[in-house]
Design a protein around this ligand. Structure first.
Ligand SMILES: *[C@@H]1O[C@H](CO)[C@@H](O)[C@H](O)[C@H]1NC(C)=O
Ligand SMILES: *[C@@H]1O[C@H](CO)[C@@H](O)[C@H](O)[C@H]1NC(C)=O
Ligand SMILES: *[C@@H]1O[C@H](CO)[C@@H](O)[C@H](O)[C@H]1NC(C)=O
Ligand SMILES: *[C@@H]1O[C@H](CO)[C@@H](O)[C@H](O)[C@H]1NC(C)=O
Length: 167
């Protein structure tokens, strides 16, 4: 009885801690490709034991690279990973057309090192040669990705902050 109570007590404390926790995760992806022009989309997900993976960033990195490489930055804010787990399991899902087959794109899941939930964040940097990397998927156009991206309605979205001059 006493044991159960203690366990509940600690679970409660951990849940309370999690509520105040906030971790910033900064991503830098460096993609290189043997074809000079390629389009790409990079999404970041946090794997969950019980639920669907969560996308970690508000925007995907989307673009058309023109010199056989691109460096793309992104960031996410996380609020803990459940009270049993002390790490975020993170991966990047990269969809690209750096491939000979003009009728297909490729999609690659790139696992990143876990990020501790106890250090208020971390930095993830990786460099990847994506030439012919990943499974073939049906192609999607950048325009299609972009239009999904621009669907975000920012009306009254976000926390209120004091106004700052843009100069
Ligand atoms: C990938 O798609 C872009 C945009 O449609 C195109 O300009 C580029 O040539 C394609 N790259 C390859 C390697 O197929
Ligand atoms: C993840 O994507 C969904 C829909 O695309 C969006 O509603 C949600 O806000 C995104 N998550 C984050 C953390 O931005
Ligand atoms: C990238 O990968 C391709 C296919 O594996 C390989 O042929 C090529 O030499 C690599 N390029 C660089 C710059 O490492
Ligand atoms: C955007 O969001 C606001 C507030 O939630 C809502 O009133 C408005 O109808 C939305 N506009 C569109 C185009 O979805």
């Amino acid at each position: 009885m006493c044991k159960i109570t203690a366990a509940l007590f600690f679970a409660f404390i951990q849940i309370s801690i999690c509520q105040y926790q906030r971790d910033f995760i900064v991503f830098t992806a460096h993609l290189i490709c043997d074809f000079s022009q390629f389009s790409y989309r990079i999404q970041y997900f946090e794997e969950d034991l019980f639920f669907h993976p969560d996308n970690m960033t508000r925007f995907d990195n989307i673009g058309l690279a023109k010199q056989g490489q691109v460096i793309a930055n992104n960031f996410g804010v996380m609020y803990g990973d459940g009270f049993m787990d002390k790490n975020y399991e993170i991966y990047a899902l990269i969809t690209h057309n750096c491939t000979k087959n003009q009728k297909k794109m490729r999609q690659y899941k790139h696992d990143l090192e876990t990020c501790s939930t106890e250090k208020s964040g971390c930095r993830k940097k990786f460099k990847l040669n994506i030439t012919e990397l990943g499974d073939e998927v049906n192609p999607e156009s950048i325009e299609n990705w972009m239009s999904k991206k621009s669907e975000l309605n920012i009306t009254e979205l976000g926390d209120e902050v004091k106004p700052e001059s843009i100069w």
